[in-house]
Ligand binder design. Structure first.
Ligand code: OOG
Ligand code: MG
Length: 257
C-alpha cells in the first residue's frame, strides 16, 4: 500500500539500530540516516538500539536531555530538546580513568545530574520525582561521521550518549539556579557557563522531559539518574584530568587517557 512507504517498517528500525550499535562498539563512524526519518521513527530506532544493549546484559540506569541550552543548540545547529537513555556500561566512577580509544571523536560537557526518588508514572511531573542533585560530566560521541547530524539522526543515535560520571549527591536546595558551571582540563578552565543557561534553571530544564516521557514513553524508576543537559558547548576530549565544577554542588572529575 502506498501509505506504508512513508513509514519505516519494524525491521528497518531494527536494521538501523544494528548499524548504530556496531558503530559504537567498533568506534567507527557511519553515514547519517536518509532524509525524511520522522522523530517518532527516530525514537523507535533508539528503543531498538537500547534493546540490543539490554540483550547483552546492560541495564538502563537513567536518561539524559540534550539541547537544553542555546550554546548547545547553536553548536550543533538544532533547536529542539531531545532525550536519550543511559546504561550502567556508560557509567564511570568519579576519579576513574576513561580510555579515549573506546570512542570515535569524543567530546565532554559539564552537567547537572538529578537522582530519581520514585518511579515516574504517566502524567506525573518529573520535577516531583527527584530528590538530589550532583555535578556531572557527560562524554558524548556521535556515531555519525564528522559529528554531523539532523535532529532525527541524533535521536536515533541515543542523543550521542557515550559515558557519564556523577559526583556526590546533595539534597535539592535553593541554590540551584545561577550557579557557575566550569569545565577544566588539567586544572585550566576551558569553558564557563551558568545553570541559568539551561532553561533558566536545572529544574525547568528537567521538566523538558515531561512531554517526551508522555510521547515516547521513557521508563524512569527510583534510583535512576537524569542528566539535565550541558550549559556550555561541548569540548573535544583529550588526554587530561577532566573536571566539572558546578557552583555550590561541588566538583567531579575523570582521567582521560
Ligand atoms: C547531542 C547531545 C547533546 C547536551 O547536553 O545538550 C547533549 C550532541 O550534541 O551530540 O548531550
Ligand atoms: Mg549532554
Amino acid at each position: 500500500m502506498a501509505h506504508d512507504i512513508a513509514h519505516q517498517s519494524h525491521s528497518t528500525a531494527e536494521a538501523r539500530a544494528e548499524v548504530l550499535d556496531r558503530s559504537q562498539r567498533n568506534a567507527s563512524p557511519v553515514e547519517q540516516l536518509p532524509a525524511g526519518v520522522s522523530l517518532g521513527e527516530a525514537y523507535d530506532i533508539q528503543r531498538q538500539l537500547l534493546a540490543l544493549r539490554v540483550m547483552r546484559g546492560e541495564q538502563i540506569v537513567g536518561a539524559k536531555l540534550g539541547f537544553t541550552s542555546k550554546a548547545k543548540m547553536a553548536q550543533m545547529g538544532v533547536s529542539e530538546v531531545i532525550a536519550g537513555q543511559l546504561t550502567n556500561a556508560m557509567q564511570i566512577r568519579a576519579g576513574e580513568t576513561v580510555k579515549l580509544s573506546h570512542f570515535i571523536h569524543p567530546r565532554v560537557e559539564p552537567e547537572v545530574a538529578f537522582r530519581v526518588s520514585r518511579d515516574v508514572g504517566s502524567g506525573v511531573d518529573i520535577a516531583l520525582c527527584v530528590d538530589a542533585v550532583a555535578p556531572s560530566l557527560e562524554i558524548i560521541d556521535s556515531r555519525y561521521r564528522d559529528f554531523q547530524f539532523s535532529l532525527s539522526d541524533v535521536v536515533a543515535d541515543n542523543a550521542s550518549s557515550a559515558a557519564f560520571v556523577i559526583g556526590d549527591w546533595k539534597p535539592i536546595g535553593e541554590g540551584l539556579a545561577d550557579q557557575t558551571v566550569e569545565l577544566l582540563f588539567d586544572g585550566s578552565v576551558i569553558d564557563t557557563g551558568s545553570t541559568a543557561a539551561i532553561f533558566g534553571n536545572p529544574m525547568d530544564a528537567l521538566r523538558q522531559l515531561n512531554p517526551l516521557i508522555e510521547k515516547y514513553g521513557f521508563n524512569l524508576v527510583r534510583g535512576n539518574v537524569i542528566l539535565a543537559g550541558a550549559a556550555t558547548a561541548a569540548a573535544v576530549l583529550r588526554p587530561s584530568r577532566i573536571e566539572a565544577r558546578v557552583g555550590n554542588l561541588g566538583t567531579v572529575h575523570v582521567e582521560a587517557v
